[in-house]
Ligand binder design. Structure first.
Ligand code: MG
Ligand code: MG
Length: 254
């Protein structure tokens, strides 16, 4: 199916931006709420139910549920699961790490965001890994992201900063444009070359999402058809924000 945003960035009106802010706030608050619930003994389905109730209560629609047949509100990816983990009766145990990836539709517009959370007490090396990936997202937003750059400027920064601490981005998993749909032009890879790729205009929104692993960046899809896991069993984590590019600033929408 073709959309006007197959090859060009969507530009938002001020009225649409007002709606994006509402949807984004629902999603941010939802992830904060669910992250606060995470503890040993809960299942990933418990987290998913809490997320769905929160989003609907606030007037949003869970964007992932039914997306290409995905059955849940959140993607909950544990340990060596990289992305697209399906919430289930899997019980979280002390020492796990879990990413909570969610999306909201509000007024027909999509927002997308992810955080990763430690379950109880986690190995210090894993905490350092998570902190570095989260700080990489914060740093690229602070130091690089603005209207007028090319997506490769973002990709190169993320790749280099992860590698500096011995971590790797997964090349086949990328950030993306979003708005009228969940995933649209342009792709925003986590590896690449500065000065290359799509030019980002004023008024567009992109999801930036470093998806990192402690070992080899080779991944495969599990038998459920969704869950992407590391081939070598190394650990993964994932942080994501939906960012609006204004003329003289950027705004974290979700
Ligand atoms: Mg996401
Ligand atoms: Mg995304």
């Amino acid at each position: 199916m073709s959309s006007p945003y197959d090859r060009q960035c969507q530009i938002f009106s001020e009225e649409q931006i007002a709606s994006l802010r509402i949807g984004g706030a629902i999603l941010r608050d939802c992830l904060k709420h669910v992250a606060g619930l995470v503890r040993p003994g809960l299942t990933t389905l418990d987290l998913d139910r809490a997320a769905e109730a929160f989003i609907r209560e606030r007037g949003g629609i869970p964007a992932f549920k039914g997306y290409h047949g995905f059955p849940a509100t959140l993607c909950t990816s544990v340990n060596e699961e990289v992305v697209h983990g399906i919430p289930s009766d899997r019980v979280l145990i002390e020492g796990d790490i879990v990413s909570l990836d969610g999306g909201v539709i509000y007024d027909g517009l999509y927002t997308d965001s992810c955080t990763s959370v430690a379950v109880g007490t986690v190995k210090p090396s894993l905490l350092r890994f998570m902190a570095h990936v989260e700080e990489t997202l914060e740093a690229v937003i602070r130091e690089v992201v603005r209207a007028g750059i090319r997506v490769g400027d973002i990709s190169a920064f993320i790749e280099k900063r992860l590698r500096k601490n011995g971590y790797r981005a997964v090349p086949v998993l990328t950030g993306h444009g979003l708005g009228d749909t969940l995933h649209q032009y342009p792709d925003v890879p986590n590896v690449g070359k500065a000065g290359t790729g799509a030019l980002l205009p004023v008024g567009t929104m992109i999801a930036i999402e470093p998806i990192a692993v402690t070992g080899s960046p080779d991944v495969l899809t599990a038998d459920d058809g969704w869950t992407v896991v590391t081939k070598d069993g190394s650990m993964a984590c994932h942080y994501e924000h939906s960012i609006l590019l204004r003329a003289d600033s950027i705004e974290i929408i979700a």
